[in-house]
Structures are given as C-alpha cells and as structure tokens.
Design a protein. Structure first.
Length: 214
C-alpha cells in the first residue's frame, strides 16, 4: 500500500508541472484570442465581406498581430521609422497619467527584452551586520549620481512565489557577484530555492530514486 501511495505522489510530481504549464499556456492563448485575435478576425470579415469560421478568424487575427509586431520592429530599425516612433514616444510622455504608465512599462520591457538588459547581473547582497546572511538579487543601475549616491548601486530583489520584488540601494562593497546565469538565479529565487532545473537538465525528468517494481 505504501508503495502504491509513493507511486501516486511520484506521478503527481511528474504530471502536475506539465499539466499546469499546458493549462496556463492555454489560458493565456484563450484570453488573447477573446481580447484581440477574434476581434481582429471579425474586423477582417467585415473588410473582405465574407463570413469566416471562428477558428479561421482567430488564426487570421493572430497572423495579423504577428505581422504588425514584426513590421513595427522593421520600422524601428529604419531611420524614418525611428523618427516616427520617437515622435509617438514623446507624444505619450506629454500626457501626465499616461506618461507614468507608459514609461514604467517601456523601461521594464527594455530591461527584459532589449539589447541592454537590466536583469543580467545576479549578485548576493549583505543586508545585515551578519556576513553569513545574504539576499539574492540583480543589479539594475550602477550610476546613482542623480540621487547623490556615488558609491551605491540599485539592486532589485525578486520575491519567492510572487511576481513582485523590492528595489534597494546598497553600498557596492556589500555586493557579491554570482557566477551563474541570470535565468538560473531567477528560477532559484522565484521558486523559493527549491528549483532543481539545473539538476533536471543533467539527470532527466524522472528522479533516480523512483521505486522499482521488480
């Protein structure tokens, strides 16, 4: 009986991450389809004057969104396109409430996806007098002269099991660089330190201590 229970929980350990991942991907896709793709697809129906199946309208809407995003990227790489996008950027930054939201989101996506990413330098921060207690985070800015803090750096501290974090200002001599990939450190922090993604890559999905039946 104990062996069957162990097999049951081992099955949960293997299946639940995959099932939850598939469900979240489906949920995001379903939400995007309802909010964007299907609406654009129905708009195309009116333009071409034909009634399309809902699945085909969603696919056309998806392809159109991908095309628009790609075209915007191509436009941004051209001189005239950069000029137009900079003008649009300045226009949004002149609107008080919109400026705060747009600037924050723009800086965040540039830090995550841009050429000069802001979350690629993982470090350990000593926050207390005890050098044995440290917090893992990412340096986001070296130059804080605008705040009158010439010897300090800005460090972002993600929270475990949460899509939030804290930004702290700390003396640079209390920073210890981490010799690891930023993605590994992010997974380690967000999972509360229980992530074993690096071991999974080496050992495979199924743990070695899986009970045998023979």
């Amino acid at each position: 009986m104990k062996l069957l229970i162990r097999f049951f929980f081992q099955g949960l350990l293997v299946l639940l991450p995959a099932i939850l991942t598939i469900y979240l991907v489906w949920l995001i896709g379903h939400t995007l389809n309802d909010l964007i793709f299907s609406i654009i697809g129905h708009f195309l129906e009116r333009v071409i004057g034909l009634e399309l199946p809902s699945w085909l309208a969603s696919i056309l809407g998806f392809l159109l969104v991908i095309g628009l995003i790609t075209a915007t990227g191509i436009l941004a790489s051209m001189y005239l396109g950069r000029f137009m996008l900079e003008w649009f950027d300045q226009l949004l930054q002149r609107i008080p409430l919109v400026r705060l939201l747009y600037t924050s989101l723009s800086d965040l996506f540039k830090a995550l996806l841009g050429d000069h990413r802001g979350f690629d330098r993982p470090v350990l921060v000593q926050l207390t007098a005890d050098p044995g207690i440290r917090v893992a985070g990412f340096i986001t800015r070296d130059d804080l002269s605008m705040l009158g803090l010439n010897d300090d750096v800005a460090v972002y501290l993600p929270q475990s099991y949460n899509f939030a974090g804290n930004l702290i200002i700390v003396a640079s001599d209390r920073i210890t660089p981490i010799d690891a990939k930023a993605s590994q450190v992010t997974t380690f922090i967000v999972s509360g330190g229980v992530s074993t993604s690096s071991e999974r890559k080496k050992n495979g999905l199924i743990p070695d201590d899986l009970p045998q039946t023979d």
